[in-house]
Design a protein around this ligand. Structure first.
Ligand code: HEC
Ligand code: HEC
Ligand code: HEC
Ligand code: HEC
Ligand code: HEC
Ligand code: HEC
Ligand code: HEC
Length: 373
């Protein structure tokens, strides 16, 4: 490790002493050294590394705040873990490291993702001379943890960068509702494990409650809350226990509306996107006991993109508090079966469907409203 000045040399010694005590925790070069230069918004380089071989100015700025919130930083991955051909910084030179660094290989750490990506239409583009990098989808310095992200956030940050789903899917009724509530890869990588995320929505501020705010108001932490709610301690909140949760929240003046979304697990199988293999069968989803709604979790987002989550019984989807998800619970599934029959009878008469669904569910929604008042 080479250091700039005497005093930082002393620090270096201290650091090395610390390293010997705790060898695994010690980064070879601290991020702050890189930020000394790359934290400067004005740092650029002239480059001719492009298909036209013309000179372009490339920014070399890395936003420290955004990097700090990335999944990599939160998991202790440093600059030189990725830019691994920088082994030391030599301040005798104008540029303290090689000017041309190797391309970072994401799959060197994410082997399984690399394997699974091979089986995808996006990898196969290579036969057409288009190389899609991992970071064409994920970005690199600011990869956020996706677990707590909404369907819209996931799609905006990945698929919608390149595709306009309204160009396709003419056969799918209520397209905007599907795109807002079903993540693209749930259909397009049909073997990816998935689950329903239930999040508390605040109708006043039009935002989801994040963990910090919620637990501040409640004056308990996540584990304490769930211990109170999950009375039988079986690790799953059943519909009765769900009522308790709602009650606890109401006592603190939070009137919870739970928003439900069908998302993929954070799994490398999500890369299995191929032509002609997507889920098209309505009844795979819109059927009582559909495997798509087997796993349901209530999640509270933390600031950094991680989540506190707890399993809940799928029966909860039928309760009044789960806003707008009225088509998916058991009894509601029967309604959907009727709609399914209509589809069979009338072909996919898409225009009428939405209306039909709404009309069919009016009595149900009324009943729910009565029950809750
Ligand atoms: C003293 C300032 C300084 C420090 C410290 C520094 N860099 Fe650089 N870095 C530069 C400059 C200047 C360039 C542009 C080089 C050129 O003109 O080709 C550069 C270029 C780069 C590039 C682009 C290379 C390429 O092939 O295009 C990467 C990546 C990079 N630095 C990473 C890092 C990392 C990681 C660290 C910390 C371990 C670091 N730098 C520390 C000044 C610095
Ligand atoms: C998760 C891996 C990863 C980490 C961590 C990472 N980088 Fe990078 N960095 C990349 C990739 C990928 C590129 C795109 C070019 C390439 O393939 O090398 C890149 C490009 C750069 C560039 C060129 C300009 C640009 O934005 O394209 C600079 C400068 C740079 N990184 C600096 C840093 C610094 C400083 C840190 C630490 C704060 C850092 N990197 C951490 C993966 C990473
Ligand atoms: C030095 C090892 C390393 C490299 C190189 C690396 N990553 Fe990671 N990455 C990690 C670790 C550690 C985690 C957090 C634990 C996990 O999810 O596996 C992570 C997590 C992720 C996640 C999961 C986010 C989520 O939702 O949980 C994605 C996506 C990701 N990295 C993409 C990339 C991309 C794209 C690149 C290349 C630009 C890259 N990684 C390079 C180590 C690395
Ligand atoms: C076509 C877009 C796309 C490309 C290209 C892509 N990914 Fe992903 N990746 C995804 C999606 C979608 C998910 C699932 C996360 C979600 O549901 O939001 C994911 C999940 C991940 C995860 C988290 C799951 C896990 O395996 O831990 C990692 C890590 C990851 N990708 C790494 C990579 C790497 C490495 C490459 C390149 C070999 C790559 N990705 C290429 C779209 C892409
Ligand atoms: C960086 C741009 C990019 C991103 C991001 C991206 N794709 Fe693609 N995708 C392409 C390109 C280019 C093709 C090839 C189109 C062709 O061959 O006509 C393609 C092809 C496809 C195909 C095959 C159908 C076709 O038109 O050939 C599907 C399905 C698909 N993508 C779905 C997705 C999904 C789902 C995501 C998000 C996980 C995603 N894509 C993210 C660029 C992208
Ligand atoms: C309800 C399931 C479902 C959802 C949700 C969905 N798709 Fe599709 N999509 C399909 C089916 C089925 C096809 C027909 C082609 C096929 O079988 O792959 C298709 C076709 C496509 C195609 C053209 C493929 C071709 O072969 O021409 C693209 C691109 C695409 N979808 C992208 C997306 C993106 C991006 C999203 C998210 C915004 C999305 N889809 C959401 C099921 C879905
Ligand atoms: C991958 C699972 C999946 C597939 C496949 C699927 N849907 Fe859906 N559908 C959903 C989800 C989730 C919702 C959102 C329910 C909500 O929030 O009200 C939904 C909503 C709907 C709605 C109500 C929209 C609204 O605005 O209230 C209708 C109607 C519908 N789907 C019909 C269909 C038909 C017809 C097909 C087949 C062509 C189909 N769906 C395929 C999961 C799916």
């Amino acid at each position: 490790m080479k250091r700039k000045t005497g005093s930082s040399f002393a620090w270096g010694l201290l650091l090395m002493a610390a390293c010997c005590l705790w060898p695994l925790q010690c980064p070879a070069i601290d991020n702050s050294e890189c930020f000394d230069c790359h934290g400067d918004t004005g740092l650029t380089k002239e480059s001719t590394d492009n298909i036209l071989n013309t000179e372009i100015t490339e920014s070399l700025y890395v936003d420290e705040d955004r990097f700090d919130r990335s999944v990599h930083n939160l998991n202790g991955i440093t600059c030189v873990d990725c830019h691994s051909d920088i082994e030391e910084l030599n301040y005798d030179n104008e540029v303290p490291h090689k000017k041309n660094l190797k391309k970072v290989c994401c799959a060197s750490c994410h082997e399984q993702a690399g394997e699974d990506f091979k089986n995808s239409v996006h990898m196969k583009l290579r036969t057409k001379g288009i190389t899609m990098t991992c970071y064409a989808c994920h970005g690199y310095h600011y990869v956020r943890q996706m677990e707590g992200a909404s369907v819209t956030e996931r799609e905006n940050s990945i698929c919608l960068k390149c595709h306009n789903p309204y160009q396709f899917h003419a056969w799918l009724p209520s397209r905007s509702s599907h795109f807002a509530n079903v993540e693209c890869v749930v259909c397009h990588a049909p073997d990816v494990p998935r689950h329903i995320n239930l999040k508390i929505y605040d109708l006043v501020s039009n935002t989801f409650y994040d963990s910090n705010r919620l637990f501040n108001i409640l004056g308990v932490d996540f584990d304490q809350l769930m211990k109170t709610v999950d009375k039988d301690g079986n690790g799953i909140i059943d519909p009765d226990e769900f009522e308790t949760l709602v009650l606890v929240l109401k006592q603190k003046n939070i009137h919870p509306v739970f928003h439900a979304e069908l998302v993929a697990d954070i799994s490398s199988i999500a890369h299995h996107v191929n032509r002609g293999t997507a889920q098209k069968t309505c009844r795979k989803c819109h059927l009582a006991n559909s495997p798509y709604f087997k796993t349901v979790e209530v999640v509270f987002n933390r600031d950094d993109g991680t989540v506190d989550s707890y399993r809940v019984d799928r029966g909860v989807l039928e309760t009044y508090y789960v806003n707008h998800f009225y088509l998916l619970g058991g009894t509601r599934m029967k309604l959907m079966d009727r709609i399914g029959l209509l589809i069979l009878a009338g072909g996919a008469c898409a225009v009428g469907l939405h209306l039909t669904a709404r009309i069919l569910t009016i009595p149900l929604r009324r009943k729910n409203e009565e029950e809750s008042s």
